[in-house]
Design a protein around this ligand. Structure first.
Ligand SMILES: Nc1ncnc2c1ncn2[C@@H]1O[C@H](COP(=O)(O)OP(=O)(O)OP(=O)(O)O)[C@@H](O)[C@H]1O
Ligand SMILES: [Mg+2]
Length: 340
């Protein structure tokens, strides 16, 4: 592939854009802030800063939910806002080609929505091609998916966990499970509210998770956080422990483990042999949670490989597909993807 080529990963929590020869040129929260139901006042990280703090006339939202475009109008506004932001000095998008990653286990209508979104954006792309997200993920994790050796990738993101088996450049099985970091945060919020009568914001819940979450019981650790006391209505500080965080989110780790086991049961035996040999690759921003590797290894009896910077594996994989002409056939036109 030659010329101006961009790869986009529309994640639930972050949107990332890769430019051929330049690397990742955009990595921002996939959030939009709209005032009075019409005017876009911020997008990306700037809008995320307003999350949980905005007055009633400003709506801060995530247009991608559960890995699919839940709010097409706002996603288009946000995409145009961010494209405009990185296009300040140059006309970088004229006659550009785009390669978009889409989850595998979604409907054709949902996949097509990613295409239509980019097609109707202000970038006015010359062409758009689609890559199955697990394929980009595996390549970004440094795996070769084009040969006959089967690989298994489990991407634990913000709203989703995508479990996939790949071989010969294609998806053998893929399942999108609606569990990820956001569910952990919500559970922590609910638990803190129920046990301490304390209302905390999304960002505080995420902070607690990053500091204390573990997929296995571990040595007690605690941190102090602020919230609003439900009874007195006053700002209050409480101490939250790792045991409490474990209790509130452990069921989700077992949902992930059970889904991994179901996929393994459905895997053709020849591929199972490859996976026994190379193990499972964990990607996504939530893959680094303490003890997760150990828990999945214990429950599946397989070796677990955690990918460094798991939040970027999909966009880095798109980058490799864009830059390495041996991989360019992995990016499909609408017709090739069979939903023209
Ligand atoms: N150190 C950490 N410990 C625990 N969770 C983390 C850590 N760093 C990031 N996360 C979580 O990772 C999630 C974001 O992961 P990622 O960037 O892979 O999501 P995404 O691609 O936007 O979402 P999805 O793939 O579900 O559409 C968030 O829920 C975030 O809280
Ligand atoms: Mg993701």
């Amino acid at each position: 592939m030659a010329g101006k080529i961009y790869g986009i990963d529309f994640g639930t929590s972050t949107i990332k854009i890769y430019h051929k020869n330049e690397g990742i040129i955009l990595d921002e929260k996939n959030v939009i802030a709209i005032a009075n139901r019409k005017k876009v006042i911020a997008g990306g990280d700037e809008a995320y800063e307003m999350h949980g703090k905005a007055p009633a006339n400003i709506e801060v939202s995530y247009p991608v939910r559960n890995g699919v475009i839940a709010d097409l109008a706002n996603m288009l506004e946000l995409l145009n806002y961010l494209l405009n932001k990185i296009n300040v000095r140059s006309n970088r998008f004229s006659s550009a080609e785009f390669v978009v990653a889409t989850p595998s286990d979604i409907t054709e209508v949902e996949k097509r929505a990613f295409f239509d979104l980019v097609a109707s954006s202000n970038a006015k792309p010359k062409s758009i091609r689609m890559v199955e997200k697990p394929i980009a993920d595996a390549i970004g994790a440094g795996l070769d998916v084009t040969n006959a050796r089967g690989v298994m990738v489990v991407d634990i993101g913000a709203d989703t966990t995508e479990i996939s088996i790949m071989s010969l450049g294609g998806i053998v099985i893929s399942k999108l499970v609606p569990v990820g970091g956001n569910r952990f945060d919500e559970s922590i919020r609910t638990f803190v509210k129920k046990n301490y009568n304390l209302v905390i914001g999304d960002k505080t819940a995420e902070y607690i998770k990053i500091q204390l979450a573990s997929a296995l019981p571990r040595d007690e650790k605690s941190i102090r956080v602020y919230g609003r006391n439900l009874v007195t209505g006053l700002p209050t500080e409480v101490e939250v422990s790792s045991a409490m965080v474990y209790d509130s989110i452990m069921e989700y780790f077992y949902t992930i483990v059970d889904s991994v086991k179901i996929i393994l049961e459905r895997t053709p035996p020849e591929i199972s042999a490859d996976i026994i040999d190379s193990g499972i690759y964990l990607t996504g921003g939530s893959a680094t949670i303490l003890g997760l590797e150990e828990l999945i290894a214990k429950e599946t009896d397989l070796k677990i490989n955690i990918c460094e910077n798991g939040s970027n594996t999909v966009v880095n994989g798109l980058g490799r597909i864009i830059e390495d002409h041996n991989l360019s056939s992995l990016a499909l036109t609408l017709k090739q993807a069979n939903f023209s």
